[in-house]
Design a protein around this ligand. Structure first.
Ligand code: FMN
Length: 175
């Protein structure tokens, strides 16, 4: 497969944990996406004043994985900006550890519209979107509890159970 770069944006740590695990499992380089203004309301409005430069030779990589959350059904500006900078990489994926699950994947707050938007920005790349719903950390009867979903946090012990099984499927597809 060649060299893989993983970029991640994370506010409450979930996508950072997933990105770190993935970088370990794929022996990939890992870099945080750093918006110049990292404030949730501004990012939701698309006003993050750009991101800090991604200081690696991008031509060295054959695969890029961007890990990041979805907020309010949006493709977040820092993720969009990072993807645009890296658009020449042949194979690009977004892995989102997000609040929505497959029941709501096509809805207003679901992950599929976000993946479709990102794919449109990357017409020459082979693009795939992967969702790792944080609700898989919860018991099935808790998964409709929005507060429990919002408060679910990934840690080192999370890569078991249904969350771990879904993570392994994604890992396999990226290998
Ligand atoms: C303000 C806000 C809005 C959110 N909106 C969505 C959404 O529209 N769709 C979704 O799947 N998850 C949504 N989530 C859940 C996050 O995507 C989820 O908690 C994610 O794991 C957080 O990632 P992080 O810890 O890396 O920042 C939202 C979270 C917040 C804080």
């Amino acid at each position: 497969m060649g060299k893989t770069l993983i970029l991640y944006y994370s506010k409450t740590g979930n996508n950072a944990m997933v990105a770190k695990q993935l970088s370990h499992d794929l022996a990939a380089d890992l870099i945080a996406i750093r918006p110049r203004l990292d404030k949730l309301p501004l990012i939701l409005l698309g006003c993050s004043m750009g991101i800090s430069p991604i200081n690696v030779p991008l031509a060295d990589y054959q695969q890029l994985v961007i890990c990041g959350p979805i907020w309010m059904g949006k493709l977040l500006a820092p993720i969009k900006q990072a993807a645009k900078q890296c658009r020449a990489i042949g194979k690009i994926s977004m892995l989102s550890c997000c609040g929505s699950d497959e029941r709501h994947q096509d809805g207003k707050f679901g992950y599929n519209p976000v993946f479709a938007q990102l794919k449109q920005l990357l017409p020459t790349a082979q693009f795939q979107g992967f969702a790792l719903p944080v609700s898989l950390l919860l018991k099935p009867e808790q998964r409709d509890d929005q507060e429990a979903v919002m408060n679910a946090r990934v840690d080192q012990d999370s890569f078991h159970g249904e969350f771990g099984t879904q993570y392994q499927r994604i890992l396999h597809a990226l290998t």
